[in-house]
Write a new protein. Sequence first.
Length: 297
Amino acid sequence: YLALYLVTNLGLTLYNKALLGSFPLPYFLTGCHTVSNVICIVLMKVTGGIELTKLSAYEWYLVMGFSVLYSANIAVSNLSLEMVPVPIHQTVRATSPFFVLSLTSLLFRERHSLKIWLSLVPIVTGVVLATSTDRIELPQFLRISILITLIGSLLAALKTILTGRLQHYMQIGAADLLLRLSLFACAQSFLMSYATGEMLRLPRPSIHLYSSVFGNGLLAMLLNLVSFSANREVGPLAMTVAANVKQVLVIILGSVLFQVKLTQTQVGGIMLALVGGLLHSMLSARHGEEKKRDNIV
């Protein structure tokens, strides 16, 4: 699951960045992702590939509330990816361990060691260095772009935490949960697309463009399905390790494919943030294993 998650996550990030250049409609693209989820999972149901769980009214309310976070996470990620270069986007997303740590402490009263908290220092320092806006080699972008990317990192961390907890609480499969989420998220995404005027800016139909959007939707569906399944099996800590590996690969490939020039300071900041994120993930994973052993004893 983790290997497939790594490959699909890497592919979709680069695919989205390339597609948003000719299709700058992040909310509409999010809607296309959710439509792909619904179509593919319904086909799986029709062919007998999955069974749907009967939910109570309260569980439907939980799914409805979570769908807002789910669609907001995808939309903000696509929006920020359109606004900032790929290396900067992935470096800021490396702050996810900080948000995971903070949210689990605040929302679920989980206690973490001093080593884990200190491992956040290189992440924050690296992000500050990598996102300096006074470097002439980088395209000029507003501070709001960095803020939106940080918000996306926060939403991604919260979604990762709640996905696993929701599946365990409701005893529901990955495809089953994804189908129900997508039904609500589809309506939300297209409403946002209409409200922001994106639908008035839809490009003229062409086989190349819409086949690209269709392929993007299929890859997004696969990533969502794999992500939900992996989260249920290995938990958010191992997911963070895989995400950090993906970030290194995206930054290297993104700099080459999209011809982003980086200074030595920015390269150093990127590497510092990613190494810090990996260190934090390893310490968190070790802490999780120790907690499991203590519970068994």
